[in-house]
Design a protein around this ligand. Structure first.
Ligand SMILES: N[C@@H](CCC(=O)N[C@@H](CS)C(=O)NCC(=O)O)C(=O)O
Length: 207
């Protein structure tokens, strides 16, 4: 039975499609459209999982949420794109797997939400920018010292970090002043698996 991905257009669930392509696992996509005014997921996603968020991965009777946990599940299932063997690589792998959603995305979401507040929103965004910059500077420093987040090879940690960096380009000023981050984005976007996922996933404004 193929895996099923419940996928919301223009969302971070795109990176799960990329992971599945990299792992060469067969999967089907169930598509959901954001509400055009609220940008929230449609109520049908709540019928799939009580959180009503995307992605949800179905593997037989299993329903999994949280992209980081789904990454770990698929890495264990296939034995691919896991941590490097070295202690330092393993530590970095774990850290970036959690850091993407645990630390970077909250500041980027705050920025998105503040940007939508009329009038005072612009001032609030300026206050949030330094909080985002701390992360972008750290990420730049890390990527300047090795090709991938965990080490010399691509891993699921890179998949997790893809959406925060893509979102930072579109809403937090990530650009040529951070060349290692931009080169990393160019490199992942050029991967055949990334491109295949993009074709299958439909609308995605971040690549
Ligand atoms: N930490 C979760 C975040 C899940 C999440 O918030 N997904 C967004 C997609 S960008 C969503 O479904 N948003 C629609 C909504 O909240 O209604 C993960 O990494 O899977």
């Amino acid at each position: 039975m193929p895996l099923i991905v419940h996928h919301l257009n223009n969302s971070r669930s795109q990176r799960l499609l990329w992971l599945l392509e990299e792992l060469e696992l067969p999967y089907e996509i169930r598509f959901y459209e954001r509400n055009k005014s609220t940008m929230l997921a449609p109520p049908e996603l709540k019928a799939v999982h009580p959180l009503g968020k995307s992605p949800v991965l179905e593997d037989g009777a299993l329903k999994l949420v949280e992209t980081g946990a789904i990454c770990e599940y698929l890495v264990e299932k296939t034995g691919k794109l896991g941590p490097p063997d070295s202690g330092e690589g393993l530590r970095r792998y774990r850290q970036f797997l959690h850091y993407a959603e645990g630390s970077v995305m909250p500041t980027l979401l705050l920025m998105l939400a503040m940007g939508k507040v009329p009038l005072l929103g612009k001032i609030a965004v300026k206050k949030v920018q330094p909080m985002v910059d701390v992360h972008l500077d750290y990420i730049e420093q890390e990527l300047a010292s090795r090709p991938w987040f965990a080490g010399q090879q691509m891993s699921a940690a890179d998949v997790m970090m893809s959406f925060p960096l893509e979102a930072a380009v579109s809403r937090a000023g990530l650009g040529p002043s951070r060349p290692a981050s931009m080169a990393w984005l160019k490199k992942i976007h050029a991967r055949p698996a990334y491109q295949a996922a993009l074709k299958k996933g439909g609308e995605y404004d971040y690549a």
